[in-house]
Ligand binder design. Structure first.
Ligand SMILES: NC(=O)c1ccc[n+]([C@@H]2O[C@H](COP(=O)([O-])OP(=O)(O)OC[C@H]3O[C@@H](n4cnc5c(N)ncnc54)[C@H](O)[C@@H]3O)[C@@H](O)[C@H]2O)c1
Length: 338
């Protein structure tokens, strides 16, 4: 099979990581990079002299490409992805897929009609530690899942046109949906805009899942510490995924508590706590973004739906839409219509 000819749109902070991977993977040929800013394009030409560059992304449509990769600001994802699909290109678009579920549905329908792959850059679904955590849950090692707690905190990077929830929570929402293989029934969100008026830079999102499972996400651009953590508490064990750790990404705590049958007799009413071993599984770690880029190419070749399909991207957008409604409505719990 010939190499898949790829065009890249957007080469700001994140785009160069995608460019590097599509240059490295033997099955792809990165033909052209588009960005509105000439200095970004000059940088790409210095690193990759064989790659064509343009300030007008529609020039990609004259290059006999197979696929387009989009890493532009989220407000531009819908029009750019739509134009790419209309020109018969498979599309990998960064998260969040769009800023409205109506736009996400439109892209999914268009991709289906044209028989094209539509994939969203939910990178954490290609992270070996997240996959290992899912295995733990699916094998029943943690027992019945009671609740999940996710935190993604740091100082910056501030955005002036999108709040912290739309910027960072797509990562945690995609992880939680993947781990639980369930969709939430309702969501609520509280937050604050401290640095810029009107743009929330800290938010707390709560989701209620079927089977009484609760999930909580704390996201912030205004925190002294860098935190990337997901905790899963189950009836048998508890596990913590710490993505900041270089090697020991998951710790499984054999900790728990058993409550006795209710008794009026105080002497008999003793909780039994278990403080067992901590296990650190050996996880073979690769670059999740490389796995993601390779998966995009494989799905194009095999005509398969990606793990982070347009539908997965739509589910994330629907949750964010309801969470945004709650954020603007003093944290009111919003039911989600699926
Ligand atoms: N998967 C991840 O872990 C991850 C991490 C960071 C960012 N992202 C996502 O990547 C996307 C880009 O984020 P970023 O931080 O790189 O933003 P950025 O602002 O640094 O870069 C965006 C680039 O797109 C260019 N651009 C804007 N409109 C364009 C157009 N019409 N045609 C061509 N170029 C255009 C801008 O000139 C800029 O260079 C966002 O969707 C963001 O959520 C994903």
């Amino acid at each position: 099979m010939d190499k898949i000819r790829v065009g890249m749109i957007g080469s700001g902070y994140w785009g160069p990581n995608l460019i590097r991977n599509f240059m490295d993977i033997p099955g792809s040929e990165l033909v052209m990079v588009a960005d509105l800013k000439q200095d970004r394009l000059d940088k790409i030409r210095r690193s990759y002299p064989t790659v064509l560059t343009t300030q007008d992304y529609t020039e990609l449509f004259n290059q006999k490409l197979d696929a387009a990769v989009i890493a532009t600001p989220p407000s531009t994802h819908h029009p750019i992805a739509k134009a790419c699909l209309e020109h018969g290109l498979h599309v990998l678009v960064e998260k969040p897929l769009t800023l409205s579920s109506v736009h996400a549905e439109e892209l999914i329908e268009l991709a289906e009609k044209k028989g094209l792959v539509l994939m969203v850059g939910h990178t954490f679904l290609y992270n070996a530690a997240v996959l290992a955590m899912k295995d733990l849950i699916d094998r029943g090692d943690l027992g019945q899942v009671y609740y999940l707690d996710a935190a993604r905190l740091n100082l910056g990077l501030f955005s002036r046109d999108l709040n912290v929830m739309w910027d960072l929570a797509p990562h945690d929402i995609s992880i939680l949906l993947f781990l639980l293989n369930k969709l939430p029934l309702a969501v609520s969100a509280h937050g604050l805009s401290c640095a810029f008026n009107g743009i929330h830079d800290v938010a707390y999102v709560n989701m209620v899942f079927p089977d009484n499972i609760m999930a909580h996400i704390h996201i912030s651009w205004l925190d002294p510490c860098k935190v990337r953590r997901v905790t899963v508490v189950g009836s048998k064990k508890m596990a913590v995924l710490n993505d900041i750790e270089a090697l020991e990404k998951i710790k499984i705590y054999d900790k728990g508590v058993e409550a006795p049958e209710y008794s009026n007799n105080f002497g008999e009413f003793q909780f039994s706590y278990r403080y067992g071993d901590i296990l650190i599984p050996n996880i073979r770690l690769g670059e999740p973004l490389k796995v993601e880029c390779q998966h995009f190419l494989d799905c194009i070749i095999k005509h398969e739906q990606p793990c982070s399909s347009g539908k997965v991207g739509l589910n994330v957008v629907k949750i964010l839409e309801s969470a945004q409604k709650s954020l603007s409505n003093s944290g009111h719990m919003e039911a989600i219509q699926w």
